[in-house]
Design a binder for this molecule. Structure first.
Ligand code: EPU
Length: 433
């Protein structure tokens, strides 16, 4: 079993370049299925979620050509639903975008219920509500989602989302792009990746307006054509390095970012005493000698992102004073707290609220990456802790962070990947249980 082995205590210094946004890529790759032509996608992150979606597209008949490490071409001229790889679909959350993309292209879809990180119940009722309003008949049974259209196509409609949902907003956008007539999505999510998906679709011939506001209007078009599109930088990857720099009292220039997308994170870090300087496409983060407490509430964009909550939690264990985190999106996103406690953190959780008694000196321990961002939080805690931290279940982390070990090592972190049990010894040569 592979684990990350981290010897804590090094301040992070230097420069790191941010990769393409995971949550944009995992929607844009399925969207390429709708294009009757060749899409050239630039700034694709090298992460396992993107790889898995590309494999799914290959099974559906797309021809994929690797141009360089972050640029691919997807030729979707000859696709069908014959060979759908259900086992792969089941493994990732973003497979739900195949419902919208397949409905748009074929007028029908069959996928599995989506997988992904476990933060409690994650229903897809708003996706179903949207597709149904567009005229699809949706049937969920035995772990599969069946979608069909009586006359082979979708029809535009007005849809009000009962919950602000990133996935439902993007999925309905996909489906509506080639529906007959006009669709209006109200109470839409406004995350940067929603704007990115709209820009991608428009560059392929779609007519999507208002993305980034809470009302998105889509005039359906008959067909999408090929083109070239470059994916935006990853807000959460950037935020993770910002928090890591602050927590280790380091100084890191985070390059290839859109500083506007990071404002919610920059503002919160400044409250902890961290200095964040913004440049055109980079931010310079300097951690203070002593971190100060901060209260955090996660909200849909432009609020503080839930996907930065665990990383911020790791930092707040070390900040002077008592900090309160309120999780505004998910019912159960504090599983990582148990792992932090193994390192000496003092945190009380009551439902969606977590209270961090700060000023703790964390100590290295064997811990688990409970999910993708929880894993990133354990790495940040490990970088700050005295002694050695072993992070298990790193496959979660590799779903969303390109070359995490390489980027952190270049910043001066003492982190490596090791195969266990063969090398199951710590730096003193003692066995790890
Ligand atoms: N919700 C419903 N019904 C729905 C859809 C969502 O009740 O039909 C609820 C969810 O249970 C949740 C809230 O609405 O409580 C928001 O969920 P949303 O649909 O916005 O989340 P998602 O589309 O499932 C995406 C990202 C997540 C990120 C959330 C919130 C992808 C593949 N996943 O999930 O990313 O946490 O938006 O920003 O884009 C991550 O990257 O680590 C990650 C978990």
């Amino acid at each position: 079993m592979e684990k990350y082995v981290i010897n804590g205590g090094n301040e992070l210094h230097g420069e790191v370049s941010i990769s393409g946004a995971k949550n944009a890529a995992v929607a844009i790759i399925p969207a390429a299925l709708m294009v009757n032509g060749v899409c050239r996608l630039e700034n694709i992150p090298q992460i396992s979620d993107a790889d898995m979606l590309l494999t799914i597209l290959t099974h559906l008949g797309c021809k994929i050509r690797l141009i360089n490490k972050s640029t691919i071409e997807i030729d979707s001229r000859d696709v069908s639903l014959q060979d759908s790889p259900y086992d792969l679909m089941r493994k990732i959350r973003a497979s739900y975008y195949l419902i919208g993309a397949m409905l748009a292209r074929f007028g029908k879809a069959k996928t599995t219920m989506p997988g992904g990180c476990n933060f409690g119940v994650r229903p897809i009722d708003q996706h179903v509500k949207g597709m149904t309003a567009l005229g699809a008949e949706i049937d969920i049974r035995n772990g599969f989602v069946y979608a069909d259209t009586p006359d082979g196509k979708l029809h535009g409609n007005r849809i009000y989302l009962d919950k602000v949902s990133v996935g439902a907003t993007m999925n309905i956008m996909l489906a509506a792009t080639m529906a007959e007539g006009k669709t209006v999505i109200e109470n839409a999510a406004r995350e940067p990746h929603i704007v990115d998906l709209a820009n991608f679709l428009n560059s392929m011939g779609a007519d999507v307006r208002g993305a980034g506001t809470d009302t998105i209007k889509i005039n359906g078009v008959e067909e999408l054509h090929g083109g070239t599109y470059s994916i935006i930088p990853d807000q959460i990857e950037a935020g993770t390095y910002m928090v890591a720099a602050a927590a280790t009292h380091g100084r890191v220039l985070i390059k290839n970012v859109i500083p506007k997308h990071l404002e919610c994170i920059s503002a919160k870090l400044r409250e902890t005493g961290t200095t964040v300087e913004e440049f055109e496409d980079s931010v310079l983060v300097t951690g203070p000698e002593v971190l100060k407490k901060a209260n955090v509430k996660t909200l849909p964009y432009p609020g503080f992102p839930t996907d930065m909550q665990p990383q911020m939690g790791a930092l707040l264990c070390m900040a002077e004073g008592t900090s309160v985190i309120t999780e505004g999106i998910y019912d159960n996103r504090y599983k990582y707290v148990n792992e932090l406690r193994k390192m000496g953190a003092e945190v009380q959780v009551d439902g969606r609220i977590a209270i961090f008694e700060g000023g703790q000196k964390l100590t290295g321990a064997p811990v688990m990456a409970c999910d993708l961002r929880a894993g990133a939080a354990m790495v940040i805690a490990g970088l700050c802790a005295y002694g050695t931290t072993y992070v298990e279940d790193i496959h979660f982390i590799e779903r969303g962070y390109e070359n995490f070990i390489g980027k952190l090592t270049a910043l001066g972190a003492d982190i490596r990947i090791a195969d266990f049990p063969e090398n199951e010894k710590n730096s003193d040569g003692a066995k790890i249980s």
